[in-house]
Ligand binder design. Sequence first.
Ligand code: ATP
Ligand code: MG
Length: 395
Amino acid sequence: MKYHAFLIKYAEIGIKGKNRYLFEDALVKHIRLAMERVEGEFEVKKESGRIYVQALSDYDYDEAVDALKHVFGIVWICPVVQLKDEGYDKLAEQVVEYMGNVYPQGDYTFKVHSRRARKNYPKDSQQLNADLGEAILNAYENARVDVHNPQVLLSVEVRDTCINVYSVSIPGAGGMPVGTAGKAMLLLSGGIDSPVAGYMIAKRGVTIEAVYFHAPPYTSERAKQKVVDLAKLVSKYATPIKLHVINFTDIQLYIYDACPHDELTIIMRRYMMRIAERIAIKDGCHGLITGESIGQVASQTMQSLMSTNEVCTLPVYRPVIGFDKQEIVDVAEKIDTFETSIQPYEDCCTIFVAKHPVTKPNVKVIRNSEKKLEEKIDAMVEEAVNSAEIIWCKA
Ligand code: ATP
Ligand code: MG
């Protein structure tokens, strides 16, 4: 079956009135960006309150659908066959052929839903429904009409330039177009959870930047590459991601030398949050995002979360906070980050982890331990922020 175009359907809740065109323009922009990854030429256009992706050349159907499935804001993707108006008999013949191609088993209930945007078409929509329905019944003896709950809803739209025929709806990614809801900084490690967290916030229309804390030579180039790879995978949904790679080695060693070892993880995480917030504010972000989930590890008890949270003034979004590990894994598999996340490259926390980290840190005690860093830490943080390496990650 050769489809000439895709009709893009999006949810309209919450985008009435003034916001509607912002939503649509962002959606069009991101569809164009996604289609750049697909071989072939396409035109993306907004036309009487709908969005079409029109193929202008031969193209790879599976690739095109895959690209569209990664665009937030799309609820349904409908592949459309576009027919020239060569009279009703020809239309009936082509519609029958369409049904034969798309539903070769011939055994289904259906309903024809016609619309006439071009009012001078000789048959009105009621007549088209009845006549095309009859043509299909005559051609396929096991097909039956069901006007209330049809398995196949066949849409036929008579337009000025062509007649659109479609019946297939492929589920889209849902959510809101990226860029319609502000910007946030994702703390992206090489693990399973943070890429999922970034995906979930981007899904609501938020532009994502990311920060990765790298500790060479304790963490390898390969570990850093893994984070870049993950950012690229998330960017398939989230659009290109500006990744800030922070060299965290000196700060980690300093903490290791000066502070009690059972508090290392918490103090390290507090510095990660502080540095992430510094970059976030510099880049105009409205919040931070982490992949934390209550109770998963020592640094994610309520007490630990409270103690890492208190060093930030920006809101910290933790979209997987109530997820079990398996639920996070399920999303990671769906968005294709899981296989990359489980590659066995160390991340900076695992190396400096104490055998028995505190699980219920007392904030006052932690603040007191951090006093031991007073002499050099501000300058070190400053240096880490200023020497960040920027990598643009794009699918
Ligand atoms: P993940 O699977 O995302 O690595 P995790 O279960 O391993 O999470 P932690 O190592 O405690 O949990 O990290 C909690 C969160 O802190 C991560 O989800 C991530 O947002 C952030 N984080 C941890 N390590 C780093 C790092 N090296 N660089 C950037 N962010 C990090
Ligand atoms: Mg981790």
